[in-house]
Ligand binder design. Structure first.
Ligand code: ADP
Ligand code: MG
Length: 305
């Protein structure tokens, strides 16, 4: 019966950490025709691995040269970003298992969608994307540009490190697609929703993830303000847009969306923070939860009507 269907749906969504925040969301969910999703931690697992580290030796004195991984690891200690967590994990593996072994960073600033900056042991350290380096006035040798292009064409995520204003190295990371993503996309497609991958990561990494799960449209290299602009453009074309993303990093795009499906920050207590007032929050943040939430809205309305 009706009650059983609703209960089953509610129980399933609760188990998956899906929260539908208010009744208006049900209607909004059935109207969307486009779903814009972020890559890292949504389509992919977000459990990134540091696969290679290339250090540019400058100044000649190798003993005096501060270790790239140690400085980058220290700077990323407080980062929630999958890239930061992968760098910290690799640094801890190399320099000791507890974070006490990494120096304490000072004046740390997270630049969402760009990177992180701060001071470590008297050195000014910057870790982030190419665009961030350029914005910070760091010059890149041509050979490095070629290497980045090569790694990115293979689907890797690349991050640059600058120490005291000079380019110092490249970190290469990999991520894997979540198995449930393909299934989730099938669900969304069946509901008549067109998927679009929108990421701050590079084109190569984005295309690789998109191809693995069957997403045809990719917008890569987009900083947070470009993510919002894309949502606005789609809306101006008359589309009803759902955004699936991180409540912190993708906050602006979520606020702009016709339906916001946000991955909340779950501090462990099972209560999911919702800093953007998302209509739907999902604790796990995978695509499957998001697709199930939309499906649940469809089913609920059909049942109630
Ligand atoms: P996505 O859209 O895939 O979630 P983000 O917008 O979170 O990507 O990040 C875009 C890019 O900004 C990353 O690919 C990386 O180059 C850079 N970046 C963001 N946060 C960090 C960080 N903590 N450390 C290093 N690089 C970062
Ligand atoms: Mg992100």
């Amino acid at each position: 019966g009706v009650a059983t269907a609703l209960l089953a749906g509610a129980r399933r969504s609760a188990q998956q950490g899906i929260r539908i925040r208010h009744p208006a969301v049900l209607t909004a969910a059935t109207r969307i025709d486009t779903v814009v999703m972020s890559k890292t931690g949504t389509v992919t697992t977000g459990h990134m691995q540091l696969t290679a580290l290339l250090s540019a030796r400058h100044g000649g004195d190798q003993d005096a040269e501060p270790s790239l991984l140690r400085l980058a690891g220290s700077l990323e200690t407080g980062s929630e970003h999958p890239i930061g967590r992968a760098i910290v994990a690799a640094a801890q593996e190399a320099f000791g298992s507890h974070s006490g072994r990494l120096p304490q960073p000072q004046n740390v600033r997270q630049h969402h969608g760009m990177g992180v900056s701060g001071d470590v042991e008297g050195h000014r350290v910057i870790v982030g994307r190419q665009r961030f380096m350029t914005a910070c006035g760091v010059d890149l040798p041509d050979a490095v540009r070629d290497l980045l292009t090569e790694a990115q064409n293979h689907g890797s995520t690349t991050v640059l490190v600058a120490i005291d204003g000079a380019f110092s190295g490249v970190l290469i990371l990999s991520d894997t697609v979540q198995e449930s993503s393909t299934e989730a996309l099938e669900v969304l497609t069946r509901l008549g929703v067109e998927p679009l991958l929108l990421t701050g990561d590079n084109e190569g990494a984005a295309r690789r993830a998109a191809a693995a799960v069957g997403i045809g449209t990719v917008v890569a290299d987009a900083p947070p303000q470009e993510k919002v602009a894309l949502v606005k453009t789609l809306q101006a074309q008359g589309r009803a847009v759902a955004v699936i993303g991180d409540c912190v990093e993708d906050a602006a795009a979520l606020v702009q969306a016709d339906l916001a499906i946000g991955r909340g920050v779950d501090p462990g207590g099972g209560t999911t923070a919702d800093p953007v007032g998302a209509g739907i929050t999902v604790a796990r943040g995978d695509l499957r939860s998001a697709a199930d939430a939309v499906l649940l809205c469809h089913r609920t309305l059909r049942t109630v009507r």
